[in-house]
Every structure is written in structure tokens, then in C-alpha cells.
Design a protein around this ligand. Structure first.
Ligand code: MN
Length: 289
């Protein structure tokens, strides 16, 4: 199992200096893995990132949320096709960087929809994801669809909704990505969705209810980590936190990061690394009971 951290804990800019700050911060906090937000896959230098993470002995993954102009679930075939092209490029650069996971809101735009999804839109997204699954599989990359709350997608807001959508996708290299921040808003609890997702769960985000320091909000982490142990989860577990102290124009505004919940990235990251490893160690011992 790899314990990781989202790049926006350290920097809002992912040029070479930003990458260096994120990689160094990841390593110094004790994490195994850095998740990079792929704001613009066309401008992402996979070879450079691959060299930089290798030099520091950490792994990388990437995530993204599509915008309205690249909405895979659009009924406008040209828009959906643009989204598919962007995701093809994203798969290619993640593979080039040596990453094995691409996740996030890669099935619709990441935004508040004012209407429910249409059957045609769902079908367009599912068909595109099946094609992308083939490309990802050939590249050694696993695609995981992040289940997010109702204000960020209309396709699926719960693990079970996500599983129904995966049935429609019908590809064995397209899986689920659960995030405790979103689960805390939409799910009936923190244990059942993990059990329901079972071996379709391939990526995890650990976020507090206000996206700040772990343990200071209302997320029931104990139940969530017990669920991971129960299903034998072995994929990445990645800390995600946002504050107005570190700003990315595109991502911070989309996610509504208006408050300053922390200002010391190194302290926040080291705390989260300890918190996650302590939870995982504790639930491991349940096997002895
Ligand atoms: Mn997330």
C-alpha cells in the first residue's frame, strides 16, 4: 500500500520549481507517493516528472476534473470527443512519468449541474471510458472514477451509484475512487460504501469534512479505515487538503476554497502522514482479535 499526498498541499504552480517543492515536501513528510493535478495534460512533461520523482525515490499518480468544454458526458458529440482526447493525452503522460493511476472526475465536468444527467450523456461517457480503458490497460495505467458530491457532478454521488455506472462502462480496467470528504456529505456511513465497492475500489482520497487538518472535522475515519482493512484494500491512500494559503487559479476556485485552514504545508503533511499510517496500523491489529 502506498501512502500519498496531493500536490496542492505544497504548491499551486506545477512548473519545474513547483514540482520540486511538491516532490521535496512529499518526501520530507514521509509519504511514498505524490498525486499531481493534471490541470493541462497538453502542457505536462511526463518524462521530466518521471525523472524528478525517480531521483527522489517516490511514486506519482495523477488526477483531474474535466471542465465544461471537455465534458465526457455531454450530449454534444464534439465536446465529449474533446474530453476523450484530453484523457487520451492524460493517460499517455501518466504512463510516460511512470505512474500507474489516473483518477478524479474523468467521466463528467467537475461542476454544479443545474439538471440531472441524460441517458444519452451517460451513454456517451460510458462508451468513451470503455475505449479509454483499453488505452489505459495497454499503457499500464488504472483509471478510477472519483465519486464526488452533488455539487461537483450529476452522474453518481455514492459508491453504489458509481458501481451502477461502472456496469454501464463494462470495462475491467475502469474502477472506483472514493474520497472521505465527499462520502461524508452523501453516503449513509463510512463503512458500507467501502464494503460495497470491494475490489472495484482502486484509489482513495483522505480528506476531512472541511478539507483541513485530519481529525478536526466530522469524518468518521475509524469506520472508513476498518472498511479498507475488511476488503483487503491495497491501492494508494492519498491525503487531500486545500487552503487559501496555497492557490491554484483553476482548482481552488472550482472547489470553493475560500478559507485559510492551514498555513504550514510541511506541518500539515507530516501530521497527515502520521494520522493515516496510525489508522492503518490500528486496523491491521483487528485481525488478531
Ligand atoms: Mn478527492
Amino acid at each position: 500500500m502506498q501512502i500519498g499526498v496531493h500536490g496542492l498541499v505544497f504548491t499551486g504552480e506545477f512548473d519545474e520549481a513547483g514540482l520540486r517543492a511538491a516532490i521535496t515536501g512529499t518526501q520530507q513528510a514521509g509519504f511514498d507517493l505524490l498525486e499531481l493535478p493534471l490541470m493541462d495534460p497538453y502542457a505536462f512533461d511526463g518524462a521530466l516528472v518521471g525523472r524528478m520523482v525517480d531521483d527522489h525515490g517516490i511514486a506519482m499518480t495523477a488526477s483531474l476534473g474535466l471542465d465544461a468544454a471537455h465534458d465526457l458526458s455531454s450530449e454534444d458529440a464534439a465536446v465529449s470527443r474533446k474530453g476523450e482526447s484530453l484523457l487520451e493525452r492524460a493517460i499517455d503522460v501518466v504512463a510516460e512519468a511512470g505512474g500507474e493511476h489516473l483518477c478524479g472526475v474523468i467521466y463528467s465536468a467537475m461542476q454544479k449541474y443545474m439538471v440531472p444527467p441524460t441517458e444519452a450523456g451517460r451513454a456517451a461517457s460510458a462508451a468513451a471510458l470503455a475505449r479509454l480503458g483499453d488505452r489505459a490497460q495497454a499503457a499500464g495505467v488504472t483509471l478510477s472514477l472519483e465519486i464526488v458530491n452533488r455539487y461537483e457532478t450529476n452522474i453518481a454521488n455514492t459508491a453504489r451509484g458509481g458501481l451502477r455506472f461502472l456496469e454501464q462502462v463494462g470495462h475491467d480496467d475502469v474502477h472506483l475512487h472514493l474520497d472521505t470528504y465527499h462520502m461524508n456529505i452523501e453516503e449513509s456511513g463510512m463503512l458500507e460504501p467501502v464494503l460495497d465497492a470491494g475490489d472495484r475500489l482502486r484509489y482513495v482520497h483522505i480528506g476531512e469534512s472541511h478539507r483541513g487538518y485530519l481529525g478536526t472535522g466530522s469524518v468518521d475515519f475509524g469506520s472508513f479505515f476498518r472498511g479498507l482493512a475488511r476488503v483487503g484494500y491495497d491501492g494508494p491512500v492519498v491525503f487531500e487538503s486545500f487552503s487559501s494559503a496555497v492557490v491554484s487559479e483553476s482548482l481552488s476556485n472550482t472547489l470553493g476554497i475560500w478559507r485559510n485552514l492551514w498555513d504550514d504545508s510541511a506541518d500539515l503533511a507530516a501530521h497527515a502522514n502520521r494520522f493515516i499510517r496510525d489508522q492503518l496500523r490500528a486496523v491491521e491489529t483487528i485481525a488478531l482479535h
